[in-house]
Design a protein around this ligand. Structure first.
Ligand code: AHR
Length: 523
C-alpha cells in the first residue's frame, strides 16, 4: 500500500502550458535592480552595467517573462524620467528613497535581451494618466512617425522594442498604493486607459490589476472587458512586510492550497462576467513570503530591508510551497496564462546577489526544474494521497503531483510535503504500473530548514539519477520535489537547454554544418 497513487489515462485531456507561467517580477526596490542585476563599475559587470554573473545564472534558470518596474514603485513613476541621455533623479514616493533613473526603459529592454527574457511593462495608474500609458506604448512599440516613436529614435533605438505584455496599474485597490481607487473609479480608469492603448498598438497582450473579489473585478470586466486579455492577481502567504518572523515549515506548506483557491475564485468571476475562455488569469506577483519593508521612511525602516538577505530564511519551505503553487497553475493551465515569482533577484527572490557574487537559493533550483524539465502540455490525471496534518486544523494532501507531456514522453512532478516521512507513490498508465528506467531529478535538503549561503552555496542542489521502476512505485524523500522523466524518443534539438556537467545547463547551439546536432539528454 503506497502513501499516494497517480493514475494516468492514455486518452486524458491535454492542455497547452504557457511558458509565461515560469515568469518573474523585478522592481525598483532595495537591491533588486541597483546592486542586483545592474551595477555599473563592478568588475563583474559589462560596459553597460549589467552584472554578467547574474545574467549567466538567469539564462540558465530560464526567466521566461519579466515584469518591470513595479509594484508599488510604478504608481508614482513617470517613464519619461528613465529614457534618453539626460536622466533626472527623482524621489521615489513609494519606497521613500532616491531613484537615479539610470536604469530605465532601454536598459530594461537590453537586459531582457541579455538574459533571454520577454519584457512585460506595468504602467503608472496611480499618479499617471491613460495618455501617459499610451505614450509609453508608442515610445516602445511604434515604428510610425509619432513624436514618441521619433523620440525613441533620437535616443538611439531606431527599431521599436516590440514589448508584448502591458499592464494597467498595480494594486490600485489597496489603500497602501499611491493613487488608490474605488471599484467604480477603477473600472472607468482602466476602460479609458485600455481604449487608448489599444489605439496605439492593438496587438499587445493587455492586463490590469484585479483581485479575486467580485465587487472589484466584476464591474471592472463589465466595463473594460472588451479591451482586456488578462486580469492580474497577487499573492504572498507569509506577510513579512510587517512581522519579519518567517512562519515555520508546516505552517507554510499548510497554505499551499490557497493560491489555487484564488485561481478558482477568479475563474468564477471571469465566467460570471461572460469572458470564460476569453480573459485569462496572470498571477503576476507571487511568493510564499512577502518582502520585508516595515512602515516608515526613516533610516532604520529603510535599513531593515536588508533583512530580506537573511540566507537562513530561504529554506525547503519556500521550494515545497512554490512547487505546490506551480502545480496549482498547471492544473488550471486552461485559464492561467502567466505567473511571476516576486522578485527575481534579491528581496525574496531565487537568486541572491551582492557585490562579490551570487547564491542560488532553494527556489532557484525548483523553478529551474519546472521551467527546464516539464513538458509543454498538461495532462489531466487522478491522484490520491495520505493527508498531512499541518496543525491549526489544516489538513492537505501529503503528496502533490502533476503530469505533463513532452513529445511522446511523460514528465511528472511529485512533491512530498511531509517534513520527515519518506513516502511512496504508485504510478500507473491505463491501469498498468509504470515500468522501465526513467530520468529522476530530486531537490531536497538535510532538513526542512536547509538553505544555501555564500559559505555553503551547494547545501541544497538537485540530484540526478536513473530510476528503475518495476512496479510503478517511486520513493519520495521527506520535504522534496521530484521530476520524473519517463522514457522518450524525442532527442533534444537546437534551442533546447540540457544539463551539462554538475549543475551547469547549456543551450544546444546549431552545428557549423547546419546538421541537426545529435545529443542525448545529458543527466
Ligand atoms: O513587497 C513588494 C510589494 O508587494 C509590491 O511592490 C506590491 O505590488 C506588492 O504589494
Amino acid at each position: 500500500m503506497t502513501s499516494a497513487t497517480l493514475s494516468i489515462s492514455g486518452s486524458a485531456p491535454v492542455t497547452p502550458i504557457r511558458q509565461e507561467i515560469f515568469g518573474y517580477f523585478i522592481e525598483h526596490f532595495h537591491r533588486l535592480i541597483y546592486g542586483g542585476i545592474f551595477e555599473p563599475g563592478s568588475p563583474l559587470s559589462d560596459e553597460r552595467g549589467f552584472r554578467l554573473d547574474v545574467a549567466d545564472a538567469l539564462r540558465e534558470l530560464g526567466t521566461g517573462v519579466v515584469r518591470w518596474p513595479g509594484g508599488c514603485f510604478v504608481s508614482a513613476y513617470h517613464w519619461v524620467d528613465g529614457v534618453g541621455p539626460d536622466r533626472k533623479p527623482r524621489f521615489d514616493k513609494a519606497w521613500r528613497v532616491d531613484e537615479p533613473n539610470t536604469f530605465g526603459t532601454a536598459e530594461f529592454i537590453q537586459w531582457c535581451e541579455l538574459v533571454g527574457a520577454t519584457p512585460y511593462l506595468c504602467t503608472n495608474a496611480g499618479t499617471g494618466t491613460p495618455e501617459e500609458m499610451a505614450d509609453w506604448l508608442e515610445y516602445c512599440n511604434s515604428n510610425g512617425s509619432g513624436s514618441w516613436a521619433q523620440l525613441r529614435r533620437e535616443h538611439g533605438n531606431v527599431d521599436a522594442f516590440g514589448v508584448p505584455y502591458w499592464s494597467i496599474g498595480n494594486e490600485n485597490y489597496g489603500t497602501w498604493e499611491i493613487g488608490a481607487k474605488s471599484a467604480e473609479e477603477w473600472s472607468r480608469y482602466v476602460t479609458e486607459s485600455a481604449k487608448m492603448m489599444r489605439r496605439v498598438d492593438p496587438s499587445v497582450h493587455l492586463l490590469t490589476a484585479a483581485r479575486a473579489d467580485l465587487d472589484w473585478t466584476l464591474p471592472l470586466l463589465k466595463s473594460a472587458g472588451p479591451y482586456l486579455d488578462s486580469v492580474a492577481i497577487h499573492g504572498y502567504w507569509d506577510p513579512l512586510w510587517i512581522d519579519d518572523s518567517p512562519i515555520d515549515y508546516l505552517t507554510a506548506v499548510g497554505r499551499s492550497m490557497q493560491p489555487e483557491q484564488d485561481i478558482r475564485a477568479m475563474r468564477s468571476i471571469i465566467r460570471a462576467a461572460g469572458y470564460e475562455n476569453e480573459i485569462s488569469i496572470a498571477f503576476d506577483e507571487w511568493n510564499l513570503r512577502g518582502w520585508h519593508h516595515p512602515p516608515g521612511g526613516d533610516d532604520d525602516a529603510i535599513a531593515a530591508r536588508d533583512r530580506n538577505d537573511r540566507h537562513e530564511t530561504y529554506t525547503m519551505a519556500d521550494a515545497v510551497f512554490s512547487a505546490g503553487f506551480l502545480n496549482g497553475c498547471l492544473r488550471n493551465a486552461d485559464v492561467v496564462s502567466m505567473a511571476n515569482l516576486a522578485p527575481l533577484v534579491n528581496g525574496r527572490g531565487p537568486l541572491f546577489v551582492d557585490s562579490t557574487g551570487i547564491v542560488k537559493r532553494t527556489t532557484y533550483y525548483l523553478m529551474q526544474m519546472y521551467a527546464r524539465l516539464l513538458g509543454a502540455e498538461y495532462v489531466e490525471s487522478t491522484a490520491s494521497s495520505a493527508t498531512l496534518d499541518c496543525g491549526d486544523g489544516v489538513h492537505i494532501p501529503a503528496v502533490d503531483a502533476v503530469v505533463t507531456r513532452r513529445g511522446d514522453a511523460l514528465v511528472i512532478a511529485l512533491v512530498n510535503r511531509h517534513p520527515d516521512a519518506i513516502l511512496d507513490c504508485g504510478i500507473s498508465i491505463d491501469g498498468v504500473a509504470v515500468t522501465g528506467t526513467a530520468q529522476r531529478t530530486t531537490l531536497t535538503g538535510d532538513s526542512t530548514d536547509a538553505f544555501n549561503s555564500p559559505e555553503n552555496p551547494d547545501r541544497v542542489v538537485p540530484t540526478v539519477s536513473q530510476e528503475h521502476m518495476d512496479d510503478g512505485k517511486v520513493t519520495l524523500p521527506a520535504h522534496s520535489i521530484t521530476v520524473l522523466e519517463i522514457p522518450q524518443s524525442v532527442a533534444p534539438t537546437v534551442g533546447d537547454w540540457i544539463r551539462g556537467e554538475g549543475q551547469q545547463w547549456r543551450e544546444i547551439e546549431p552545428t557549423s554544418s547546419g546538421a541537426k546536432p545529435h545529443v542525448d539528454w545529458a543527466f
